[in-house]
Design a protein around this ligand. Structure first.
Ligand SMILES: [Zn+2]
Length: 357
């Protein structure tokens, strides 16, 4: 087994993790509730210039700013040199329950909120700008295994088919969105404008020209301003910017749904990363792990910044548990995490957690 180098960067309440099993590296999320500038500076200072230069893939666990605003900032501010090997962006595959496409619904609502364009499209745009070459997007779902520069990535969540109570939650969010479409013309317009986006979400297809993959707004002939550079902090207060309480409610429901469909995965059969999973999604991911006999790990990166616990987690064993957490979430960290590993490490107390194994 090849030596792995991992860094869990101290970004406060957020996540930014680098992993490499050789020449190139994979970077998982890059964001912080303390803002994009902070997350980007931690990326620049926590990884060496060479590690960044050799990074060939990004993985985004889910579309919440504390997981990616560092990339947005770095791209807008031009604060990192180009990443010449960056060619792949992994992201969760979202289902299409009922008549509404969840990914497009999320796009539309975020677009409505920021007034500048969709977060996801903006993100893809910026990732391509960091690499200065076409970036293939690869949607991932449970059971999928892909070879990365940090070893085999085995996806444990989200599943292809969402069932039971979780699917009710998601369908509930989609239903709320659907009702809102009838009442808000602007929302309908944006939703219709995202139609072309779906085709972009399939990285299994052969790469096409960069612009075609990431610039659907422009290709649609929509006004340029819709994806002009924007202040990433705009996104942070999205709830305040939505025009009425009903839309804020729909937005919250969709965000919760997106959270339950975030990526969780095992790297190289050694490192378990549970992303921001919680509740039924966490239970589902754990039962998949147990079913696959994947319970022993060198490192377990705790779910949702260490603030979520589930009895099923007692079935896991780790040499170490790592928690990416800052001031705000620190009081909510679950003490039970100490019972499934020999040692527990917190970025909040120890700064960057560096592990070679
Ligand atoms: Zn988070």
């Amino acid at each position: 087994m090849r030596l792995m180098t991992r860094r869990l960067l101290a970004v406060g309440d957020g996540l930014s993790m680098y992993a490499s099993c050789g020449w190139a590296g994979l970077h998982v999320d890059c964001g912080s509730q303390s803002g994009g500038a902070f997350a980007a500076s931690r990326w620049v200072n926590g990884c060496s210039a060479e590690e960044r230069w050799r990074t060939d893939a990004f993985l985004i666990t889910h579309y919440h700013t504390d997981h990616y605003n560092g990339w947005v900032y770095a791209s807008d501010a031009g604060s990192v040199p180009p990443l010449p090997y960056l060619s792949t962006l992994y992201h969760p595959r979202l289902p299409t329950p009922g008549a509404v496409d969840l990914l497009r619904a999320t796009f539309a609502l975020f677009a409505l909120g920021s007034g500048t364009g969709s977060m996801e499209i903006d993100l893809w745009h910026r990732v391509a700008r960091l690499s200065r070459r076409p970036v293939v997007r690869v949607p991932l779902e449970q059971g999928r295994r892909v070879q990365t520069s940090a070893g085999e990535l085995h996806v444990i969540w989200p599943p292809h088919h969402i069932q039971g109570a979780l699917s009710e939650t998601i369908e509930g969010a989609v239903r709320k969105f659907h009702d809102a479409l009838d009442r808000h013309t602007r929302l309908r317009e944006l939703y219709e404008a995202t139609e072309s986006v779906e085709a972009y979400a399939d990285g299994d297809k052969a790469p096409v020209r960069n612009r075609d993959r990431i610039d659907p707004w422009e290709r649609e002939g929509r006004p340029r301003r819709q994806h002009e550079p924007l202040d990433p902090d705009h996104y942070e207060s999205l709830d305040d910017m939505l025009p009425d309480e009903e839309l804020r409610e729909v937005n919250r429901a969709l965000r919760d749904a997106a959270n339950s469909l975030g990526l969780a995965f095992v790297l190289d059969r050694r490192v378990l990363c549970l992303g921001d999973l919680e509740g039924r999604a966490l239970t589902g991911a754990l039962s998949y792990l147990v079913g696959e006999g994947l319970i022993d790990f060198d490192v377990i990166v705790a779910p949702h910044h260490g603030t979520k616990w589930n009895r099923e987690m007692f079935k896991l064993r780790g040499n170490r548990v790592e928690v990416s957490v800052g001031d705000r979430l620190w009081p909510k960290v679950k003490p039970e995490l100490g019972r499934i590993a020999r040692s527990v490490h917190f970025t909040h107390m120890q700064g960057d957690l560096v592990w070679h194994g």
